[in-house]
Write a protein that binds this ligand. Structure first.
Ligand code: GDP
Ligand code: MG
Length: 441
């Protein structure tokens, strides 16, 4: 698959001190083949490899990374770009209700998505209404009703004798109903066909005209491979849409559709569906998808290596200080500044494999705490930093005032430092230098 192929490509670069233009061309050729085999559209492949080649041949410099690692970084950044760059959030109407229309082929996952979206929005405090405007498939209305029940959300469906067979009328009636009953979001589920079909397009376009949606989400099965681009283009011409939802990403081993659709249509991917259950759904993050395609393990290696080269010298000194009990708050401050230099800790950790599982911890980790800690140490005199035992009550009060913190915070920092230094002394004897204060000690 794409991930393995890219990993192999990068492996070939490892250990090279400097990349020749021939190395870069060879690498780009392999990336090109891997992308084509993963069903990425040719135009997108050309654009992508062109950008990577140009940047790799150029003179971008990142001192922390060796040339091979820089290529990985360039590929990662270009992947994120192709996937749309920034995360694009759902847009809400200034005057509710916000109308979201779903369009796509039969079996793409529209009805399932309607339920997922409704449940997610309800969880965010919205009061969504699901609208059954797929009157094509015999069981479609019923399917939406089942999904609505699972999501705990109301479903608007045509009543016998009123609007049956007329999805435009049903959609219009639904908007009126939503306004009356104060639903702030309306999700219109529409009919699809097995293939691109003029009737279907016209119906979807008519519904669009009738309900004037804030978002038209084009729902596409990520497993359809090369057909993804043609289908997306047909829907863009026939109905047009404001965003894309990729479904069945759980089964997509190749990732090609994801890479093609956003780029070819110029429309952002807003959500990803990753299973049949109502909770198998998430807002789409280009950088996460890129990491997934690139294989997080590789990025980990990249970072580990870069960091190792960068910090080895420093770490050795610190370890020595721990072992000899001469590590001071001053050194602590130096360590912290180095960490900040390496960029946002959160985004750094976010790149590591298994970080998904750490997400909650990450969200709880407060980077501003690092800044407060820094402020406290900076408010100490040099003598105090060298010897925390000097820190009596009045000095602590002065430091708290100087750093805009409280005495409690100053106390907590000093305690934590002392505990950490003690622990690190033991650890350092085993030869594993670490940074204290970076987690629960
Ligand atoms: P629609 O015709 O576009 O409304 O598609 P449906 O919502 O009826 O979905 C078609 C089939 O795909 C159903 O069996 C769903 O359970 C399944 N499905 C939908 N989304 C996903 C997904 O993200 N992953 C997987 N594995 N199956 C999905
Ligand atoms: Mg359906």
């Amino acid at each position: 698959n794409l991930t393995d192929r890219l990993a192999d490509t990068f492996k070939n670069l490892r250990g090279k001190g400097k990349l020749s233009p021939a190395d870069i061309d060879g690498t780009v050729r392999e990336i090109r083949r891997a992308l084509l085999d993963a069903d990425v559209a040719l135009d997108v492949v050309k654009l992508f490899t062109g950008n990577v080649r140009e940047r790799a041949l150029g003179d971008e410099v990142n001192k922390a990374l060796n040339p091979a690692q820089q290529v990985v970084q360039i590929v990662n950044e270009e992947l994120i770009g192709i996937l749309g760059g920034e995360q694009r959030r759902l847009q809400f109407a200034k005057n509710p209700p916000t109308v979201i229309m779903l369009a796509g082929l039969q079996g793409a996952g529209k009805t399932t998505l309607a339920g997922k979206l409704a449940k997610w929005l309800a969880g965010e405090g919205h009061t969504p209404l699901l609208v059954a405007a797929d009157l094509q498939r015999p069981n479609a209305v019923n399917q939406l009703q089942v999904v609505g029940e699972q999501a705990g959300v109301q479903v608007f469906a045509p009543e016998p004798g009123n609007g049956v067979g007329n999805p435009v009328k049903v959609s219009k009636d639904a908007i009126k109903f939503a306004k009356d009953k104060l639903h702030d979001v309306v999700i219109v589920d529409t009919a699809g066909r097995l293939g691109v079909d003029a009737d279907m397009m016209k119906q979807a376009a008519d519904i669009r005209k009738a309900v004037d949606p804030d978002e038209v989400l084009f729902v596409i099965d990520a497993m359809i491979g090369q057909d993804a681009v043609a289908t997306a283009k047909a829907f863009q011409e026939g109905v047009d849409f404001t965003g894309v939802v990729l479904t069945k990403l759980d089964g997509d081993a190749r990732g090609g559709a994801a890479l093609s659709v956003a780029s070819v249509t110029g429309r952002p991917i807003i959500f990803a569906s990753t299973g049949e259950g109502l909770d198998d759904f998430e807002p789409f993050h280009p950088e996460r998808m890129a990491s997934r395609i690139l294989d997080l393990g590789d990025i980990l290696t990249l970072i580990e290596q870069a960091q190792k080269n960068f910090d080895e010298e420093e770490s050795r000194k610190v370890a020595e200080k721990f072992a000899t009990d001469t590590f001071t708050l001053e050194d602590f401050l130096g360590q912290m500044q180095q960490i900040k230099k390496m960029g946002s800790l959160k985004s750094l950790i976010g790149m590591l494999p298994g970080a998904r599982g750490m997400k909650e911890q990450l969200d709880n980790f407060d980077e501003s705490e690092l800044t407060r800690t820094e402020a406290i140490i900076q408010s100490m005199t040099r003598a105090e930093r060298q010897n925390p035992k000097l820190l009596n009550g009045s000095r602590r009060l002065r430091i708290a005032r100087g750093s805009g913190t409280s005495v409690t915070e100053v106390n907590a920092l000093v305690n934590r430092f002392e505990q950490a230094a003690k622990m690190m002394k033991t650890v350092a004897k085993g030869g594993v230098p670490q940074i204290p204060g970076m987690g629960p000690v």
